[in-house]
Write a protein that binds this ligand. Structure first.
Ligand code: UFG
Length: 341
């Protein structure tokens, strides 16, 4: 029988790409999502890529009763990949209680149900934001975590602590937290990608929407950082490589290869690129000319953030294969295709 996996938030940007990779590996995927920040059409897109229609249930996982009955129906699952969460950094500063309520209650309900129905394996969607304003680079999993600069980030940090504490006492329970750096890019089919609601906060969708004429110009936040060209540096990771990391982490748990009940892995490329590097790559791969200007730094932004990915490479056998050019090109192809069709 096929192994069954539950993907919460599986119609979202990273969740949908991860669903594709699990289906490609032959697993039975059950997606649970309340579509609060995604569209039902993503299910058809997953099917058109994989030829498989994943099971889907529309449930708000903050609802304890509905979550419990969902898990009762799927108690034969071998694991959970938990993506379901609010994720807008700026919005979380304005609406802290909503963020703590949503992100933490989802995690607690999911873990309660995993405990109750004896589902042993959890992959948690975390973020490099748990490192706060770092002291030194590259960031390893042993680098000190600090209070993140936003409530969103803090829900990830607290989430990891909840999982760690539970993993110390729960019998047979194992979890892996993946700390994402900056996921960008889209599926090579052009059928899956990021669809931010409203004005994008993140760099890549702002670039593609500007090139398409939906936005007048990109505003680059800060040109006076102590970096090679004055713009901030991030570790951009292709969403398909990131999705594959979830499959490898899950396989590690299933094969009982984990060295501890709770493990953490950085998921980035280990290479830092500046905002101007990303724009140069975008203009090269797409032959588009981007309108941009410089404005003041955005509050809460750190100057530099990049990972050491040595642990993920060694322990998970995971190696990101796609380049910055693959990321900018696929982001553009997705933007164009979704606006034409
Ligand atoms: N940037 C601009 N103009 C824009 C948008 C972004 O210049 O319109 C710059 C930012 O200042 C930053 C870089 O582009 O230097 C990347 O910004 P993003 O908003 O795309 O990403 P962040 O690094 O700010 O945030 C990401 C994730 C968050 C996570 C955070 C910390 O999106 O979920 O990393 O790890 F919390």
């Amino acid at each position: 029988m096929k192994s069954k996996i539950i993907i919460t938030g599986g119609t979202g940007y990273i969740g949908s790409h991860t669903a594709v990779e699990f289906i490609n590996e032959g697993l039975e995927v059950v997606i649970v999502d309340n579509l609060s920040n995604s569209d039902i059409s993503v299910l058809d897109r997953i099917q058109s890529i994989t030829d498989v229609a994943p099971t889907f249930e529309n449930i708000d996982l903050t609802d304890r009763v509905k979550t419990t009955s969902f898990f009762e129906r799927h108690k034969d699952a071998s694991g959970v990949i938990n993506f379901a969460a609010f994720k807008a950094v700026g919005e979380s500063v304005q609406l802290p209680l909503q963020y703590y309520h949503n992100n933490l209650n989802i995690l607690l309900n999911v873990m309660d149900c995993m405990d109750r129905f004896e589902i042993r394996n959890l992959i948690f969607s975390s973020s490099a934001t748990v490192y706060g304003l770092p002291d030194s680079f590259p960031l390893t999993e042993n680098s000190k975590t600090k209070k993140p600069t936003s409530p969103y980030g803090n829900t990830k940090k607290i989430g990891e602590e909840v999982i760690e504490d539970f993993s110390k006492v729960a019998k047979n329970f194992k979890a892996i937290s993946l700390r994402y750096f900056n996921p960008i890019g889209a599926h090579s089919s052009g059928d899956l990608g990021e669809t931010p609601t409203g004005v994008p906060n993140n760099l890549m969708p702002f670039i593609t929407q500007t090139a398409l004429g939906k936005r007048e110009e990109l505003k680059i936040f800060g040109k006076d950082y102590d970096t090679i060209d004055g713009t901030a540096i991030r570790d951009y990771i292709h969403v398909v490589d990131l999705a594959k990391a979830h499959v490898m982490a899950f396989q590690r748990l299933m094969k009982n290869e984990a060295k501890e009940n709770f493990e953490i892995f950085n998921i980035g490329t280990g290479i830092g690129y500046s905002v101007l590097d990303v724009i140069a790559s975008f203009e090269k791969t797409t032959k588009q000319k981007l309108n941009y200007s410089f404005v003041d730094r955005r509050s809460g932004d750190v100057p530099v953030l990049y990972a050491s990915t040595a642990k993920a490479k060694k322990e998970l056998g995971w190696n990101p294969k796609l380049t910055l050019d693959d990321m900018t090109k696929s982001s553009w192809e997705w933007e164009v295709k979704k606006n034409i069709l």
